[in-house]
Design a protein around this ligand. Structure first.
Ligand SMILES: *Cc1c(COP(=O)(O)O)cnc(C)c1O
Length: 367
């Protein structure tokens, strides 16, 4: 390994990539995987069959490049989101990570900057470095909250090219009020800051939580990013998307690779959208397990954060590493996000959640 690192260091790698580490949630094949916020329910049989059928239909034409504009998929995504959106306001790529990368390629880059508010999604600084965009770490309150005044002040102070607001936030799980998005957008008026709201977990939010989609009319620098990787139980298919003004979509056409969305991906995503009622049937059950984790961990004297997502961020562990390892010994993997005294747990099926809670109770008494 050290040998390989040495060989890497001898390559003429970009200076700003030297010494960096790749995105690294461990992929360990254990029975109960509660570490990367996937939907742990498998794809239902009827949806599997619809996907296979849709892929079969395009297979004969795979000698040709796919529809570069993935028009049918954009129409279906617009219809799913509602809010009066049209296909010309939708864009998609291989996961919302690629969508975010394209946004940074178009609106960031050398000499420009992106601001986000850690602890937040660990990919933001990596996407910044990959695109040569300076990454600015914003500040949150002690309890990891972010008020409209604080966020707006930091935008005025740094005048970044881009701000990314993650709502519900990963890893803390809490959704932002729309007042924060409005204030950040207004504060970025002078610097013409592009405001991205990453709503990867929007479908898990408590009833009544408003989406930033409602703020799109009249805000040409606002972008709302979504994904089929979480609520749609389709992380393996790689489909993320955004809604924004049509001119933002035009900007992304300048940086996307030609034919970036394969015909297989387009067919898969379309079939999934057509069968979304079946595919998303377990979202309510997952929310129930999420609320159960919050309730039960609070009862154990830990400090779970309020969550609008399919995971729970928990503080108050004396030795999170010991807990993480103890769970792993029992075939359960959760996420150590590197924040002292904390762990992040994905809400799985009822049986998975029960197994996690039972083992955790054991580990806490043997402390
Ligand atoms: C999981 C996640 C995504 C999804 O990424 P994909 O590339 O669509 O799989 C995006 N943003 C956040 C904050 C996430 O946690």
């Amino acid at each position: 390994m050290d040998d390989q690192l040495e060989r890497l260091n001898r390559l003429p790698l970009r200076d700003d990539l030297r010494g960096q580490h790749p995105y690294g949630a461990p992929q360990i094949d254990v029975p109960i995987q509660l570490n990367v916020n996937e939907n742990t329910y498998g794809v239902p049989q009827d949806v599997q069959e619809a996907i296979v059928e849709a892929v079969r239909e395009v297979a004969a034409g795979l000698n040709r490049y796919p529809d570069r504009e993935f028009t049918a998929l954009r129409e279906a995504l617009a219809e799913y989101l509602g809010h009066g959106l049209g296909a010309e306001q939708l864009w998609a790529a291989n996961g919302s990570n690629e969508v975010l990368q394209q946004l940074l390629q178009a609106f960031g880059g050398p000499g420009r900057s992106v601001l986000s508010f850690p602890p937040t999604y660990s990919m933001y600084p990596l996407l910044a470095s990959g695109t040569g965009t300076a990454y600015i770490k914003g500040e949150r309150a002690e309890d990891f909250g972010l008020s409209a005044e604080s966020a707006a002040r930091q935008v005025r102070e740094h005048a970044p090219s881009i701000v990314i607001l993650c709502s519900p936030n990963n890893p803390t799980g809490t959704a932002l009020g729309l007042d924060v998005v409005e204030a950040v957008y207004a504060a970025g008026e002078e610097s013409q800051t592009v405001v991205i709201v990453d709503e990867a977990y929007a479908e898990f939010a408590h009833t009544g939580t408003q989406s930033a989609l409602t703020l799109l009319p009249g805000r040409p620098r606002l972008v709302v990013s979504r994904t089929m990787s979480k609520a749609f139980a389709l992380a393996g298919a790689r489909l993320g998307y955004l809604a924004a003004a049509p001119e933002v979509v035009d900007a992304l056409r300048l940086v996307r690779l030609p034919y970036h969305l394969s015909a297989v991906t387009q067919a898969t995503a379309l079939a999934a959208l057509r069968h979304r009622t079946s595919l998303m049937a377990e979202v309510e059950a997952i929310k129930g397990q999420r609320d159960r984790i919050v309730r039960e961990l609070a009862g154990l004297g830990l400090s779970p954060a309020a969550s609008d997502s399919n995971f729970v961020f928990v503080r108050g562990f004396e030795d999170p590493r010991r807990i993480w390892e103890g769970l792993l010994e029992s075939g359960i993997i959760v996420r150590d996000v590197g924040i002292p005294g904390s762990l992040r747990i994905t809400a799985g099926t009822e049986a998975e959640t029960t197994a996690f809670l039972d083992r955790l109770r054991e580990l806490l008494v043997t402390a």
